[in-house]
Design a protein around this ligand. Structure first.
Ligand code: ATP
Ligand code: MG
Length: 257
């Protein structure tokens, strides 16, 4: 059965999209069938996969607002085992459009039901906010993957993130779990980064991945070429980190089963 995972942290710029794009691509290379869904109006996952959201006919917006079948919005990418559903500019207005809708928190969940089992993993990139789009993501998934940036304010906002998670678990999605916490933009030479790792591990106990994602300029460059980093520079540190994370992710999943 397919597993759905939201890459979630309401804090901006912590590495959600970078993790969403590169982890999904690396998992695809490990022979798993992956669907990537871009729920952020910024559309960085979509462009990171080389797709111009302005040219896409059916996006996630048409799916959750107009009731278009999600199958008609799935685009096959040129990258191994990865399909994508594009973001759209109109998505920023969707929060308001959904406000008075019945089942407004379940739009995404309902549209995913019919294709869930066609994939091994479905990764959803959340916007950096706690509005209805994010709530739709959290309601639709089995688990959340939380990227945390190794910087001074790393844990700021984490208690808010966790209270949103608990609220969703209580009211909307009782089975939601924490998939894992990914430490991003790690700088092994900086004491600060090392301290942040310790603090985050103390807070999240056993849920933190052993793989640390280093700060690596190739990770920042790859999106401008419309490619996940493994297809842009197969030998850089960012590539090996996300490949290692993909292996750790799958190992932990298969241990559970
Ligand atoms: P938003 O909240 O705006 O959606 P985000 O949490 O998705 O942001 P990203 O877009 O992944 O964060 O990352 C923010 C910026 O940092 C981007 O310019 C990205 O290229 C860069 N970045 C992310 N991870 C790394 C890394 N490990 N090394 C270097 N640069 C990185
Ligand atoms: Mg993002």
């Amino acid at each position: 059965m397919g597993k759905t995972i939201a890459v979630f942290n309401q804090k901006g710029g912590v590495g959600k999209t970078t993790t969403n794009v590169n982890l999904s691509a690396s998992i695809g290379q490990l022979d798993k069938k992956v669907l990537v869904l871009d729920m952020d109006p910024q559309g960085n996952t979509t462009s990171g996969y080389g797709i111009d959201k302005n040219l896409v006919e059916n996006t996630i917006y048409e799916v959750i607002i107009d009731g278009v079948d999600i199958r008609d919005a799935i685009i096959k990418t040129e990258f191994e085992n990865v399909d994508i559903v594009s973001s759209a500019n109109e998505l920023s207005g969707a929060e308001i459009e959904l406000t008075n809708e019945k089942d407004r928190e379940y739009k995404l969940k309902n549209s995913l039901l019919k294709i869930k089992d066609e994939y091994d993993y479905i990764f959803i990139d959340c916007p950096p906010s706690l509005g209805l789009l994010t709530i739709n993501c959290l309601t639709a998934v089995d688990s959340v993957l939380i990227p945390i940036q190794c910087e001074y304010y790393a844990l700021e906002g984490v208690s808010q993130l966790m209270s949103t998670f608990q609220l969703v678990k209580k009211r909307l999605n009782p089975n939601i779990e924490i998939q894992g916490v990914v430490l991003s933009m790690f700088d092994g030479r900086a004491n600060l980064s090392i301290q942040v790792v310790e603090e985050v591990k103390k807070y999240f106990k056993g849920s933190v991945y052993g793989t640390l994602i280093p700060r690596n300029v190739r990770l920042a460059e790859a999106p401008s070429y419309g490619k996940p980093v493994i297809y842009y520079d197969s030998k850089c540190k960012g590539t090996s980190a996300y490949q290692e994370l993909a292996e750790e992710f799958i190992q932990l999943e298969e241990d559970v089963i």
